[in-house]
Design a protein around this ligand. Structure first.
Ligand SMILES: Cc1cc2nc3c(=O)[nH]c(=O)nc-3n(C[C@H](O)[C@H](O)[C@H](O)COP(=O)(O)O)c2cc1C
Length: 178
């Protein structure tokens, strides 16, 4: 049994990338893993201040929802990011979140396997290249981790567009085989 933490970063709680997150969760839960989705749109997460207080105190000086999430993240085996593509990049919410993981940089975190689930309006994969590359930068800094799987839902714009999309099945299968 693995501990799986899914970060759904879209401001749309039932949007396309959130649906990928939910399918991943269903798959992981069906295989008896312990799984939780956190919807960042329900959380109060501020920008990193760049103070490096976390390197001294092993905790962020900002008193918002991030310290609780970092605690869960540290104890997880698998981390999943779900994001819409925004201007050929990850969502700003996801980048803000990633910057706030800085207290984990020197911590004894458990996670090794990272998954990325993406949705985009475009019909070709080009806009997703930089999302992968952006996350790979973070993965390079967290040397125990590796990018284990990527799901790309193309041609989805509005909430609901993703229903019956093959990417939902891919997300489910990644979750099931986590
Ligand atoms: C600010 C903004 C920027 C976007 N930029 C892109 C883009 O560069 N390429 C693309 O294919 N879709 C782009 N989209 C469309 C979203 O990626 C698409 O609607 C996605 O399915 C939304 O996922 P969500 O429902 O999880 O929020 C953009 C949407 C917004 C709101």
């Amino acid at each position: 049994m693995k501990k799986v933490l899914i970060l759904s970063t879209s401001p749309r709680k039932n949007g396309n990338s959130a649906r990928l997150a939910q399918e991943f969760e269903k798959g992981a839960t069906s295989a008896s893993n312990e799984c939780e989705i956190i919807y960042l749109c329900e959380k109060n997460i501020n920008y990193c201040k760049g103070c490096f207080g976390c390197f001294k105190n092993h905790k962020c000086i900002i008193n918002d929802d991030m310290n609780d999430i970092l605690d869960k993240m540290k104890k997880s085996d698998v981390i999943v990011f779900a994001t819409p593509v925004y201007y050929y990049e990850m969502s700003g919410q996801m980048k803000t979140f990633i910057d706030r993981t800085n207290p984990l940089f020197q911590a004894n975190y458990s996670f090794t396997d990272i998954y990325l689930l993406m949705s985009a309006a475009d019909g070709d994969e080009r806009p997703m290249k930089r999302v992968v590359s952006g996350l790979e930068g973070w993965i390079e800094c967290y040397s125990k981790t590796r990018l284990k799987g990527v799901v790309k839902a193309l041609n989805v714009t509005n909430v609901g567009d993703i229903e019956n999309h093959v990417a939902l099945r891919e997300a489910y299968n990644f979750g099931k085989n986590v």
